[in-house]
Ligand binder design. Structure first.
Ligand SMILES: [Zn+2]
Ligand SMILES: [Zn+2]
Length: 127
């Protein structure tokens, strides 16, 4: 996938993050999914813990979008020229690089190109 840079970023209804890319592509991320895909060490660990316990009551489907009051975005900011900083109302902070955001775009085109749904940042790919 070619590297993309965002031309505009907007929060829609506080529930969607819309990103317009410089190659004309457009991504819309439900903010629940963004939070679930947070690449920070804490969230990666809790994803792994959930994966380790498939019967855990805390496990939930990424596709359940009706529960989106769980997370709210307090503010967005650019982090250098390569990433988006996302401040959550529960004072968590996520940093998404443009590359990562492009990778996890949930649209049908990207899904087809990828051959499946987006997968969260995997510790195996840590540099
Ligand atoms: Zn996190
Ligand atoms: Zn896409």
């Amino acid at each position: 996938m070619p590297s993309r840079h965002p031309l505009d970023i907007a929060l829609v209804d506080g529930r969607w993050l819309a990103v317009g890319w410089d190659d004309g592509h457009r991504s819309e991320f439900p903010i629940d999914v963004l939070r679930d895909f947070c690449p920070c060490a804490t969230c990666r660990k809790s994803r792994l813990d959930r994966a380790d316990q498939p019967n855990s009551p805390k496990k939930r489907s990424l596709n359940v979008l009706g529960l989106s009051t769980r997370f709210e975005i307090e503010g967005l900011e650019h982090v250098g020229r390569y990433a988006l900083g996302c401040n959550w109302k529960d004072s968590h902070r996520s940093i998404f690089t443009w590359e990562y955001l492009a990778e996890i775009c949930p649209c049908d085109d990207c899904r087809a190109e990828r051959g499946g749904p987006p997968v969260p940042f995997d510790p195996m790919t840590t540099v």
